[in-house]
Design a protein around this ligand. Structure first.
Ligand code: GLA
Length: 722
């Protein structure tokens, strides 16, 4: 791995990918290349373009308008959207960022206040640019890792001038492509149908994905990729970006008059600004660039490696996760201690490790219209409080987990009556509730302190082993009682920095606890959250077929060890659909496995099946959660979905295939596997049959045409050592 500077070119490479920046024009860092490793590039094009003066072009252009750049700004001749936009005290915004110096360091710097990937096996290039007129200095950070074909980028903006400036746009990354012959892949959706794959050809003008909701959201996802024509799961070039940020973001691809594409991502510029006083600075979130010439699976392998090795942390990052049972869909708000202990007991007898008490244990919350913020045990439901319940659960040998929604406040709460100005609000306007709740103003230190202490006390009382950290509404009315009017546009970013601070404080205070983030399902399923909590609830939709779609698309960026997935009751509470227990379990094994149903109501034969499933999950968890994951058949393209995981040592593999509707007169088919050793043989545990790795990949494994709807088949392969 190396970062070199030769003949005016910075070259970052790990032996498989190259990222090159040219200083051909002397002044500006120009984007030269990103993709498969090259030895060098003769920088003729940028030299030629940079060497010309404006008169060589037609009336509407300057050289910068044609040059591929690393950190474009508006006002110096580039007429495309810029990455940074800064307003000076005199109101003007031209920004001339010229190269000053560079530095290469081992590892990577910690980004103040923001979650970011760790720098093991990494090197970082810092390019320093400066505007000679106004003292604005920008450090562009580029990190390359040895073990993943991913490059992290961010920017830090320093005010070394004499006057305050206002940052009006601060994206994290810009990559200029010399052509636009790509399809844009984004993820979009809604509540209970998060992250659906959307693919469209690039056209001249703007396209992309963005949100103004104050969260990465169920509607959008801070990820986008450009796919070369004909790209599928295993073939084609993919250029992907994902942002390590949980607030409003923007991802934009702008195609210009010459069909050159500019791809950028970062904090949403709408309703954003940040004052930078002299001597202070601003750090943008980190964006990850992943390139692959092996299609979408190739891209995902690189993201998964990044997430597993450099993003998730804590004692559960690489170890067995407990099998949990959550009482939400079993009881909703209607529970008492006896009922909970009963459910937990029944679950424990069948090999479930962790009982999670969901919403409704505090204040007087019998519906979703009260008590958020009052993190005091409801003694009507829990006569011994959290402590009493947790002692019983622990006493029986299970772990105990708890749901909290720390960022929220119900108008019907003691907290709201005591501190009506602690919620986000706009002066005297009627406060717009959503799910009967308001959002706490996490930009305030007093609010952050209250949240940290009250939640910590609850976790201590409950001696919890696991926390589900929920967030059930977005921010629409922006306003804080403490922020001055001219800084109100800092609100959204300050909010998310406040959330990160509280999450960091609480996760550090409880280092042995397993944290799972959640946001009305998968409404904050992003890399920022994943730095703080190693798993996230993927969706409130637990229907097996819908989950095939949601988990399939989520796996573009996230490995199975990040995706909360549960077996729930049938008919399913979100779709009314009934699917067999084995299918629900097979799909839930695509993530961190658990249950979300009243286990007491299941017939004995299903309970026995659950016992066996749990044993299997434990025995194969290292493959299911931490193996190399491959998508095999897309539920977006038909009636089937299939995926597989191969253990890191290559010795074991699990294959899952799901049929949606059964069809009459259908024939059994062959499913081609991938990621195996062609020279090895594999024994399938259930059938006892042995197959050649080459045949499994070239010829395939037979999957039966099902008689009923929603049938899953799983194959458990173990390498036969000769
Ligand atoms: C959100 C979560 C659910 C559940 C409820 C409780 O919708 O996604 O899993 O915890 O809140 O109110």
């Amino acid at each position: 791995m190396s970062i070199r500077f030769e003949n005016g070119v910075f070259h970052l490479t790990n032996g498989r990918v190259s990222y090159m920046i040219s200083l051909a024009g002397g002044k500006y860092p120009l984007h030269l290349y990103w993709g498969k490793k090259l030895r060098r590039v003769e920088d003729d094009l940028t030299m030629r373009l940079a060497g010309r003066d404006a008169n060589d072009f037609n009336l509407h252009e300057t050289p910068l308008d044609r040059l591929p750049q690393e950190c474009p700004t508006f006002g110096m001749g580039d007429m495309r959207e810029g990455m940074l936009h800064i307003r000076q005290e005199d109101g003007t915004t031209a920004l001339d960022l010229q190269f000053v110096s560079h530095e290469v360091m081992k590892g990577k710097p910690v980004l103040p206040g923001l979650p970011s990937a760790r720098g093991e096996m990494a090197e970082t290039l810092i390019l320093t640019l400066k505007d000679p007129e106004n003292g604005i200095r920008v450090d562009l950070l580029y990190t390359i890792w040895e073990d993943t074909d991913t490059i992290a980028r961010s920017a830090r903006i320093y005010n070394e001038g004499k006057e305050a400036v206002t940052l009006e746009k601060a994206l994290s990354v810009c990559v200029d492509f010399t052509e636009a012959d790509y399809h844009l892949l984004t993820l979009s959706g809604g509540w209970a149908r998060e992250r659906a794959m959307e693919l469209r050809p690039l056209v001249q003008g703007d396209q992309g994905t963005s949100t103004v909701r104050g969260a990465s959201s169920v509607q959008t996802s801070p990820f986008m990729a450009l796919l070369s024509p004909g790209t599928d799961e295993n073939r084609g070039q993919v250029y992907a970006m994902a942002l390590c940020y949980s607030g409003s973001f923007q991802g934009i691809v702008q195609v210009d008059q010459f069909r050159a594409a500019r791809m950028m991502m970062g904090i949403q510029p709408f309703d954003f600004s940040w004052r930078i006083d002299p001597g202070t600075d601003f750090q943008t979130p980190e964006a990850y660039l992943t390139w692959s010439d092996q299609g979408l699976n190739g891209m995902s392998q690189q993201f998964h490696q990044l997430v597993r090795e450099h993003i998730v942390s804590g004692p559960y990052a690489k170890t067995h996760r407990p099998i949990l049972i959550n009482n939400w869909e079993a009881t909703y708000f209607d529970f008492n201690e006896d009922k909970l202990v009963d459910i937990a007991d029944c679950a424990r007898k069948r090999g479930i490790d962790l009982f999670v008490l969901d919403d409704g244990w505090f204040g007087h919350r019998d519906q979703d219209n009260s008590s958020l913020g009052d993190w005091k045990d409801d003694m009507r439901k829990l006569p011994g409080g959290l402590r009493g319940l947790s002692e019983k659960i622990h006493g029986s040998g299970m772990k105990f987990g708890l749901w909290v929604e720390p960022e929220m406040i119900s108008p019907d709460s003691e907290l709201y009556r005591a501190h009506p100005d602690w919620c986000i609000h706009a002066g005297d306007r009627t406060r717009i509730e959503c799910r009967h709740q308001l959002v706490l103003d996490m930009t305030r230190a007093d609010v952050r302190q209250y949240v940290t202490e009250s939640i910590s006390q609850a976790l201590e009382r409950g001696q919890v082993d696991y926390v589900k950290w929920d967030m059930n509404r977005n921010i629409n009315m922006v306003g804080s009682a403490l922020l001055p009017a001219d800084r109100m546009k800092e609100f959204h970013h300050r909010y998310i920095l406040g959330v990160y601070e509280v999450m960091r404080a609480i996760t550090e205070r409880f280092p042995r606890v397993l944290f799972e983030s959640c946001a009305g399902g998968g409404g904050r399923f992003d890399l920022g959250m994943m730095c703080l909590m190693p798993q996230a609830w993927t969706s409130d939709d637990t229907d097996a077929w819908m989950r095939c779609r949601i988990q399939y698309a989520t796996s573009l960026v996230f490995p199975p060890c990040c995706m909360g997935a549960h077996v729930s009751a049938v008919p399913n509470h979100q779709t009314g659909r009934s699917t067999p227990l084995a299918t629900r379990a097979a799909v839930a094994m695509g993530g961190t496995y658990g249950y979300e149903l009243d286990i007491r109501k299941l017939p004995e034969e299903e309970l026995q099946e659950i016992e066996k499933l749990n044993q299997r999950v434990h025995a194969w968890q290292d493959v299911l959660l931490y193996g190399s994951f491959y998508r095999l058949q897309s539920p977006y393209q038909g009636n089937e979905s299939a995926w597989m995981s191969v253990s890191q040592d290559g010795k074991r593999a699990v294959v899952t295939h799901v049929f949606a509707q059964s069809q009459p007169n259908a024939r059994s088919d062959l499913l081609k596997l991938t990621g195996l050793d062609p020279a090895a043989d594999y024994r399938e545990e259930i059938s006892g049959k042995t197959y050649g790795g080459d045949a499994l990949m070239q010829y395939g494994i037979p999957v039966d045409a099902p008689w009923n709807d929603y049938k899953a088949q799983q194959f458990w392969l173990e390498r036969v050592d000769r």
